[in-house]
Design a protein around this ligand. Structure first.
Ligand code: HEC
Length: 103
């Protein structure tokens, strides 16, 4: 009897663990695949994490919600402060920011 109890307990723990794991992964996927057509989400995210964290933390950026025009202006001003982005990278990043952190 004791054996069965442990078996059931173990199974329940496994199921709960898998559910938590699945929910966690689902959230990540939504963040990564959430881009609309034409938005290179993985590239935008990589640029954001790579080029926008040298002077301040990421939440300085991700706490904002702005239109594409406003992001364009902010990214432009960050470039003039010293952010390392080519103009093609600015376009990718602005599209990503507007999609993920829009109004
Ligand atoms: C060379 C340093 C530097 C880099 C790189 C940088 N920032 Fe900034 N950022 C700043 C500074 C300094 C401030 C604070 C400006 C202020 O308070 O007037 C700031 C503030 C901000 C703010 C707050 C709003 C504002 O205008 O004060 C946002 C949003 C932001 N940065 C986004 C970005 C993004 C997106 C990137 C990547 C393209 C980036 N930053 C890269 C220096 C940088």
């Amino acid at each position: 009897m004791a054996k069965q109890w442990w078996l059931r307990y173990g199974l329940a723990a496994l199921v709960i663990g898998l559910a938590v794991f699945a929910v966690g992964c689902g959230g990540d996927e939504a963040a990564v695949d959430g881009g609309a057509a034409g938005v290179d989400t993985p590239a935008g995210q990589a640029l954001l994490e790579d080029r926008c964290t040298q002077c301040h933390t990421l939440d300085r950026v991700t706490s904002e919600s702005k239109t594409a025009a406003e992001w364009q202006q902010i990214v432009g001003s960050m470039v003039s402060k010293g952010a390392q982005l080519s103009s093609a990278e600015v376009d990718t990043l602005v599209a990503y920011l507007a999609e993920m952190y829009g109004p």
